[in-house]
Design a binder for this molecule. Sequence first.
Ligand SMILES: NC(=O)c1ccc[n+]([C@@H]2O[C@H](COP(=O)([O-])OP(=O)(O)OC[C@H]3O[C@@H](n4cnc5c(N)ncnc54)[C@H](OP(=O)(O)O)[C@@H]3O)[C@@H](O)[C@H]2O)c1
Length: 288
Amino acid sequence: MSTSAGLSRRRLLAGLVLAAGSWPLLGAGQQHRAKRIFITGSTDGLGRGAAVALIEQGHQVVLHARSQERAAALADLAPRALGIVIGDLASAAETKALADQVNRLGRMDAVIHNAGIFREPNRGTTPEGHAKVLAVNTLAPYMLTALIERPQRLIYVSSRMHRSGDTSLDDIDWRERRWDTYSAYSDSKLYVTALAFAVARRWRDVLSNAVDPGWVPTKMGGPAAPDDLAEGYHTQAWLAASDEPAAKVSGRYWFHRRPIEPAPATRDPRFQDRLLAKLRELTGVELA
Ligand SMILES: NC(=O)c1ccc[n+]([C@@H]2O[C@H](COP(=O)([O-])OP(=O)(O)OC[C@H]3O[C@@H](n4cnc5c(N)ncnc54)[C@H](OP(=O)(O)O)[C@@H]3O)[C@@H](O)[C@H]2O)c1
């Protein structure tokens, strides 16, 4: 295909994508409105899986990569996406700039806070001096929640490991404790799960839920992970886009489209409030 033909095709696709928002989607005998959905960490793994599934359903997806270089991994999806935003979630400055990029695209119907890291060999340090796992897995979703124009639905990708998280909140930034990669990850997922429910409690106009995707074969999960990859992202995609009454609930913890019980601390309003105070202190960002 010549360059100009390729350009015309891209323009045609872009036109179709832009027009899609006003069209009813036909699926399973029902009419649905195409939704605008932002997914963090959509270059790979579960985030990319959710992005592909939602694009194929006709939704307008905003993709995210940590850098221009990593955005190359989105080249195949870009023509069918609403946009691509760039920012390293380990950096508070880049996370704030990312929120601005999303806001410039207009209000989202849903945001899936998916990006995450595991097995960091040490605390590391971010440009703002935080433990990297805390910054990417908890501080970034907290800041994006506060700074992105409030969508109708928020989904936070958690992990069953949140159940081992430390509920003391004494040293959430790992300044005193001896580094333990599993504990740091578990803590970060305990916090992000509690954040989902704190938002559900405070923002009654928003559906806010957390999801356990299972242990699935991604870069993070490794090739031997026993659970099904597609099952790992279908729940987030469904919570973000479905008009079924079962998907339009708030303050739940989900596994494979079924609500299950999270760690009790995540539901405790005192724990949530203490956590939000710590996150405000560490980021300087206030959740309305
Ligand atoms: N896989 C599992 O078994 C499992 C189990 C429980 C929970 N989870 C959770 O599911 C979510 C997705 O995990 P996954 O298995 O799909 O992992 P993955 O394959 O490693 O993908 C993670 C995604 O997050 C992005 N990301 C990581 N650090 C980032 C940063 N600093 N700035 C911007 N983007 C960043 C990655 O970008 P790059 O491609 O550039 O690295 C990638 O797009 C995570 O929250 C994880 O904790 C996964």
